[in-house]
Ligand binder design. Structure first.
Ligand code: TYM
Length: 331
């Protein structure tokens, strides 16, 4: 069975973008692949997090993974820091990555371009840690949203270079990006990716938002003055984004949806999108509340970490022998 690996970095509350672009796909794939999904808590701290809030977000992320349908019987789920080999291989990967490669990462470049100050060294080297996350487990595929594709491609380059230098060690992973829902945009600013934002909560739907709030956010999504529901990302990015969300959650194509709403007003269309989103998130929240009550998160994460650690330990030792830093005799 081919192996698939992915992760989410819950620096904030999980969003509809995380769900559509990533988590929902993990759930679909878990039946056909050996699935590993972890909570990237080391990645979270590349930017300062208020500790109590971070703890809450990490627990919520674990509960939400399961609430969205990840089944611990099928998917290995764990907290990144419970498998220390991530940090260890991350450092080794950083020693095998060029500054030029990190300088080309668009996420970092964007932050630099915005003139953000106080960026940490961890944020800069984070693609090396992400490469380690993937290569530790010989993942065949890495399902991600569009914004993470570049990091998986860098992972391939690092792995290839390592294999050339030290002999075959790592499997080269492939990014898997779904056509529909790969980049959900802010509802009130369809030119920017939906993500947690300190001063723009209106544009972002959180999986644990009150259902009425979700409805309101969708009803006040930015549209345009054309007054027609068409699939035209360039001219109608707001409508396109709503079509994308609707399509991702129903598996109906954007064209079919646009045809269904031909001649109807934006208000009616938004209401239909809100219905679909609320229906989906209501199910997730119901299950989330049950999981919190059942108190099973700790056990699931511990069991997942044990399984993951076995694989990761073997891999790191192999790497250390290859590069010559392990001098112990082992069987
Ligand atoms: P993160 O936490 O930013 O996002 C988690 C996943 O959600 C996807 N995503 C989106 N997809 C569509 N539309 C959006 N608006 C949207 N926002 C987020 C992301 O593409 C991603 O798939 N570095 C990673 C976490 C990570 C990882 C890994 C992923 C750490 N190690 C190893 C895969 C393999 C990150 O920050 O994702």
């Amino acid at each position: 069975m081919k192996r698939m690996l992915s992760a989410v970095k819950p620096t904030g509350k999980l969003t509809l973008g995380n769900y559509i672009g990533a988590i929902r796909n993990f759930v679909k794939y878990q039946n056909d692949y050996e699935m590993i999904v972890f909570i990237a808590n080391l990645h979270c701290i590349t930017v300062y997090q208020e500790p109590e809030e971070l703890k809450k977000n990490l627990k919520d992320a674990a509960a939400l993974y399961m609430a969205c349908g990840l089944d611990p019987e099928k998917t290995t789920m764990f907290l990144q820091t419970d498998v220390m080999e991530h940090a260890e291989l991350g450092y080794i990967m950083a020693c095998n990555t060029y500054l030029g490669e990190l300088n080309r990462m668009t996420q970092f470049k964007d932050k630099m371009a915005k003139g953000e100050s106080g960026l940490s060294a961890g944020l800069y080297t984070y693609p090396c840690l992400m490469a380690a996350d993937i290569l530790l487990y010989d993942a065949d595929y890495v399902p991600v949203g569009d914004d993470q594709k570049q990091h998986v491609e860098l992972t391939r380059d690092i792995a290839q270079r390592f294999n050339n230098r030290y002999g075959e060690t790592f499997k080269l992973p492939e990014p898997l990006v779904q056509q529909v829902g790969k980049r959900i945009m802010m509802l009130n600013d369809p030119y920017h990716k939906m993500s947690k934002s300190e001063n723009n909560d209106k544009g972002c739907i959180y999986l644990l938002d009150d259902l009425n709030v979700i409805r309101k956010k969708i009803m006040s999504a930015v549209t345009d003055s054309y007054g027609e529901i068409k699939v035209d990302q360039e001219r109608q990015p707001g409508i396109y984004n709503l079509l994308e969300i609707y399509s991702a959650l129903t598996d109906i194509s954007k064209e079919e949806i646009a045809a269904e709403f031909k001649g109807k007003g934006y208000g009616e269309f938004k209401k239909a999108v809100a219905d679909v989103v609320v229906q989906e998130i209501e199910k997730i929240q119901k299950r989330y509340n049950e999981i919190i009550k059942e108190n099973i998160i700790e056990d699931v994460l511990n069991e997942g970490a044990l399984k993951a650690h076995k694989m990761a330990f073997k891999k790191v030792k192999k790497v250390e022998r290859k590069i010559g830093i392990d001098i112990h005799k082992r069987k």
